[in-house]
Ligand binder design. Structure first.
Ligand SMILES: NC(=O)c1ccc[n+]([C@@H]2O[C@H](COP(=O)([O-])OP(=O)(O)OC[C@H]3O[C@@H](n4cnc5c(N)ncnc54)[C@H](OP(=O)(O)O)[C@@H]3O)[C@@H](O)[C@H]2O)c1
Length: 276
């Protein structure tokens, strides 16, 4: 079934660079039609030309700013169409910076692109996928979803970004539980540092300049991140961590959650009682 989901039509948001461009290359090479979504029309046109020439797959360019409700609505309409078998919610921005000093408009944009767009695009995709009994959704989160206990240094200052990626992980895992027993698959992809343009901008504006530029901090090649995601779609891993050698660590997360949820319905914990 996940093999099927890699054919049909794949809608990839944030396809103009980095991980999204790699998804588009791989899916088109595998025989999927692809719909490329991002703001930078010139980048989409260049990639679309490359894919048409190399793969012969059908390629659509859908120029949209996912932080704008009208644009998001247009993309949602495309995602809801009957040919769509895979939605990759990959577009994301960092908005990094000290929380109390970062422009509130930028933080709202992080939430719009990283949270609102994937949620509403998944909502647009699922009814048709369920009716057709076929489809998959990948939400590109981040290892920073699991970094709430760590101080910023040497990691970036990231309260809203980390929160947005934590949302995607919980949203996807919870939705996966809801969809158990259906043929649909959902995946939260959690890359670590990846060699893309991501750290060249906080995301307020697109990165200008040459396609293919990456930040100087190192990181996993975007192609390897996509290899992991597509392999995990085939095996049915809900949380895919490309660099994680032992997948059992994800099970430990579930075990820790179970321990905390043990409080549900219980009496007030002794340490909170007055007079202690
Ligand atoms: N690189 C890392 O170290 C890393 C690690 C973990 C997770 N991630 C996640 O991986 C995903 C892809 O990032 P990347 O590393 O490949 O970086 P990237 O090269 O900067 O790609 C980000 C993509 O998102 C698109 N985008 C940004 N704002 C948008 C908007 N308002 N509307 C539509 N598209 C928008 C960009 O296109 P336009 O600018 O043309 O719109 C671009 O195609 C993100 O969700 C990111 O959070 C990255």
């Amino acid at each position: 079934m996940a093999e099927d989901a890699s054919r049909g039509t794949a809608v990839v948001t944030g396809a103009s660079s980095g991980i999204g461009a790699e998804y588009a290359r791989r899916l088109a090479a595998d025989g999927s039609a692809v719909v490329l979504v991002a703001r930078r029309a010139d980048r989409l046109a260049r990639l679309a030309g490359e894919l048409r020439e190399r793969t012969g797959s059908a390629v659509e360019e859908l120029v949209a700013d996912l932080s704008r409700p009208d644009d998001l609505h247009r993309v949602a309409e495309r995602v809801a169409a009957a040919d769509v078998t895979l939605l990759v919610n990959n577009a994301g921005i960092s908005g990094y910076g000290p929380f109390a000093e970062t422009d509130a408009g930028l933080l709202a944009k992080v939430l719009a692109v990283n949270v609102m767009a994937p949620t509403l695009l998944t909502r647009a995709a699922l009814p048709g996928m369920l009716a057709r009994g076929r489809g998959a959704v990948v939400n590109v989160a981040s290892l920073l979803a699991f970094a709430g206990s760590l101080p910023p240094d040497p990691l970036p200052q990231r309260a809203v970004y980390g929160g947005s990626k934590g949302y995607l992980v919980t949203f996807t895992r919870t939705l996966a539980a809801e969809l158990a027993g259906t043929p649909l698959r959902v995946q939260a992809l959690c890359p670590g540092l990846t060699a893309t343009e991501f750290h060249l901008s906080t995301g307020a504006e697109p990165v200008a300049g040459d396609p293919g530029q990456v930040h100087a901090d190192g990181g996993m090649p975007a192609a390897d991140v996509v290899t992991a995601s597509l392999a995990a779609l085939r095996t049915g891993e809900t949380v895919c961590v490309p660099g994680l050698a032992d997948a059992a660590a994800v099970d430990l997360l579930a075990a820790a959650e179970l321990g905390i949820r043990g409080a549900a319905g219980g009496p007030l914990a002794a340490r909170y009682r007055p007079g202690r």
